[in-house]
Design a protein around this ligand. Sequence first.
Ligand code: ZN
Ligand code: ZN
Length: 249
Amino acid sequence: MKRLPTTFSRTLPQIKPALHGLLDLLFPTFCPACGIPVPHPQLFCFDCIRTLPPLPEHHCLYCGTTTSGPVLGCGSCLLVPNRPDRVCFPFTYTEPIARLIVQFKFSDRTEWAASLIDLAMERVGDLLIWEDLELVVPVPLHPLRLVWRGYNQAALLAGALARRLDRPLVTNGLYRIKMTRPQTRLRQKERLINVRNAFTTHNDVIANRTILLVDDVFTTGSTIWSATRALKKGGARRVVIFCLARVDH
Ligand SMILES: [Zn+2]
Ligand SMILES: [Zn+2]
């Protein structure tokens, strides 16, 4: 990648607030939840940030199900081989985050990736920093779906996370080899069958590495668990899952 001239990169942090001020003046942005103006690069206004639901106090470390007390995993996760080593969700899939994710995913609001990750890091940053992560890997789209949609929202989130965590973004370690049907129209059992063996890996890229696997929404987890299994079979040492929001069942 082309490097910025040293003097420019040194002065950039000092001129950033002035640049944001100029952007606010020229291209004002508005909180997508309540419509009031917000300063760059903020996404929601402070009042709406305060209304975001808190994270569950206790949950299964592998699927995120709320539990009544501090346990490692729920009954259905503990016996599953090649499961993720930890899951991390900054938000539950409720308004106003849900609407934002839909627009980010289907309405080309790709510029929101960094702001969404900034907001997420305020809630789960400590947890991610404690994990000894080596690579950041997005859940890939099938190449045909990528051409159709034009971008992979998981890769945009993974890129923003990689920058925040100062870890390499790796897009050639995990591949989708099966054109799956959209999961939203399927029941849980059908979802599992739909994504079974949907992924493969480049083992020399991911073997013996601790990986942060990134996607946007965790519904039943069947897609990201299938990707996790492929990474583990390919030799990954640990797989930590990051999904922006989890659907509360
Ligand atoms: Zn607001
Ligand atoms: Zn569980």
